[in-house]
Design a protein around this ligand. Structure first.
Ligand code: NAP
Length: 273
């Protein structure tokens, strides 16, 4: 983002004026119009929303980019089989909370990692994960993972990177699949961390690691949204949102999100709608 530019971000907007036959004033759309009160956008870059189908905010979370990221990373890359052990880092966040629930739907045994006891209680109590690790109070991640996953880890959906990922790699099982979704612990570092170099584990365990961007699946979004919508209706997917009021509070909300203040998708409500 250039200095003085509009901060990028996914948005839900109400149409005020339209030159496109498919969109009328009063319609709701999801797009990437950024942190501003009013925007113009080509109709083909907007997704028309049905406010009676699901709350509009879900178009930015479980039925939007984060939900699709969880869906494709879990079903296309991790591909857990029934009874396999799945670890999801960043488990209480927008992507991780959905990724872990999808692994449960696919029959996995799911362990989440997150940054507070409250979040750990949420992912096990509300979202149905089998166990959770509070990485801020657990001294030895690898030992804790060994205790919770005595047979090893079949799938890892990684949102955070760093020491937690090192510990997971030490506990991978033969033929494990790792979906590299994000590395949030590394984004604000001024120098790259020099961690243990564990890639030989991928040789020994004949494991796969695949990084991905949700956008590479754009021609399959309809499939993902249909599946996520079905699971939501069936009550098999639950979601939380952390909502802050006022566009002027968006920068603080963003910084607080990076520090872990949010549970589920972090949203900013601009005009009371
Ligand atoms: N590949 C893609 O296409 C794609 C698409 C969307 C998002 N992503 C990535 O997916 C990840 C999750 O994104 P999200 O939107 O769902 O965010 P989120 O998980 O809702 O929010 C970020 C969370 O990261 C955790 N965190 C912050 N610093 C951390 C650290 N040093 N170590 C471990 N956890 C830390 C915090 O939770 P705690 O309280 O648990 O620390 C915070 O709540 C990010 O890495 C993001 O870049 C990738």
């Amino acid at each position: 983002v250039e200095i003085g530019g509009v901060m990028v971000g996914g948005t839900v907007c109400r149409v005020i004026e339209s030159n496109d036959a498919g969109l009328a004033p009063g319609d709701y759309v999801a797009g990437y119009t950024g942190w501003q009160r009013y925007a113009t956008a080509p109709a083909k870059e907007l997704r028309k929303l049905d406010p009676s189908a699901a709350p509009l905010s879900t178009a930015l979370g479980v039925l939007g980019m984060p939900g699709l990221t969880a869906y494709f990373g879990m079903t296309d890359i991790c591909r857990p089989k029934a009874g396999e052990t799945v670890v999801v880092s960043g488990a209480a966040g927008a992507v991780g909370s959905i990724a872990g629930q999808i692994a449960k739907i696919q029959g996995g045994r799911v362990i989440g990692t997150c940054g507070s006891d409250e979040k750990a209680a949420h992912v096990t109590g509300d979202l149905g994960f089998d166990a959770a690790i509070n990485y801020k109070t657990t001294p030895d991640y690898a030992a804790k993972l060994r205790e919770l996953c005595p047979e090893g880890i079949d799938c890892y959906f990684d949102n955070v990177g760093g020491e937690m990922t090192d510990a997971v790699i030490r506990n991978l099982r033969t033929h494990a699949r790792v979906a590299l979704c994000g590395q949030i612990s590394q984004y604000n570092l001024e120098q790259p961390e020099t961690g243990p170099r564990l890639l030989f584990q991928f040789v020994v365990k004949q494991a796969k690691l695949e990084g991905f961007l949700v956008f590479q699946y754009s021609d399959r979004y309809a499939e993902g949204l249909r599946k996520l919508g079905e699971w939501l209706k069936q009550g098999r997917l639950k979601y939380r949102e952390s909502i802050v009021d006022g566009l002027e509070n968006a920068p603080r909300a963003f910084i607080e999100m990076l520090r872990g203040a949010n549970t589920g998708k972090q949203l900013v409500r601009v005009s009371g709608e």
